[in-house]
Design a protein around this ligand. Structure first.
Ligand SMILES: Nc1ncnc2c1ncn2[C@@H]1O[C@H](COP(=O)(O)OP(=O)(O)OP(=O)(O)O)[C@@H](O)[C@H]1O
Ligand SMILES: [Mg+2]
Length: 234
């Protein structure tokens, strides 16, 4: 579904990605693991058109995305839940969710997707009229994911959905990610919580200083001695 080849990205001349290559098949959850500064966020931002690569290819179902602006990439069905959530603090939960559907015109389908999001996240339904800035951190993460789902995306890019959340909420968020995937959305998941990510992913990649150093099924990566030492705390 998505193929990334030889991706090179730099910030003001300083390289951040040095030839990243990865692929995501339809229906998969693919985990992108790596330490701070490895280039995980940069990879997602480049896929979603927020950064322009120096070189490399990004192809979604046969169509090149390189050079397309972010709003066109959204229209192709890629929704990005950024690091740090970035919800609209002064808008209500409902308004935030409806912002996610802004490029769409299919009112009946939008209503159906709102129902689906509120079923996935009953907390959001309870707080539908509350301004988003007063939600808890976990609720804000639910809202950020819910807003992305309002696009009815083919591919969901999630950047550190567990960041800053209490363990019980982390489990809930991961369970919901599995539900979203089972309902048909393909997911590229960036996580520092490698154990949780590999527990739900089909396959994964390990990024170090802007390069993919390991790739495999989630089981292969979980069994790999280097992964266990570097990312699973052994
Ligand atoms: N806006 C920016 N300007 C300059 N350098 C940047 C910028 N954003 C990221 N970088 C650099 O690019 C490299 C990759 O950063 P990136 O944010 O992609 O890492 P990451 O894997 O997401 O890390 P983290 O786990 O801390 O979120 C880092 O060396 C970082 O300092
Ligand atoms: Mg990051």
């Amino acid at each position: 579904m998505l193929s990334v080849e030889a991706l090179e990205v730099a910030y003001g001349g300083i390289p951040a990605l040095n030839g990243v290559a990865l692929g995501v098949d339809r229906g998969e959850i693919v985990a992108l693991l790596g330490n701070n500064g490895a280039g995980k966020t940069t990879t997602l931002k480049t896929i979603s058109g927020l950064l322009r690569p120096l070189r490399g290819a990004i192809v979604l179902e046969g169509e090149s995305l390189v050079g397309a602006p972010a709003h066109r990439i959204v229209l192709k069905g890629i929704a990005h839940v950024p690091e740090g959530r970035r919800i609209f603090n002064r808008l209500t939960v409902r308004e935030n969710l409806m912002m996610g559907a802004y490029p769409r015109h299919d009112a009946a389908a939008i209503a159906g997707d709102l129902d689906r999001v509120l079923t996935l996240f009953p907390r959001l339904e309870e707080r539908i009229g509350q301004v988003a800035g007063t939600l808890s951190g976990g609720e804000q993460q639910m809202l950020a994911i819910g807003r992305a789902l309002m696009l009815s995306p083919r591919l969901l890019l999630l950047d550190e959905p567990s960041m800053g959340l209490a363990p019980v909420l982390v489990e809930q968020i991961f369970e919901t990610i599995v539900d979203i995937n089972r309902q048909g959305t393909t997911i590229l998941l960036v996580e520092q919580n490698a154990a949780m990510a590999l527990a739900i992913a089909h396959r994964g990649y390990v990024l170090e200083t802007g390069t993919v150093v390991l790739a495999g099924t989630a089981a292969e990566l979980s069994d790999n001695a280097d992964v266990r030492r570097a990312y699973l705390g052994e």
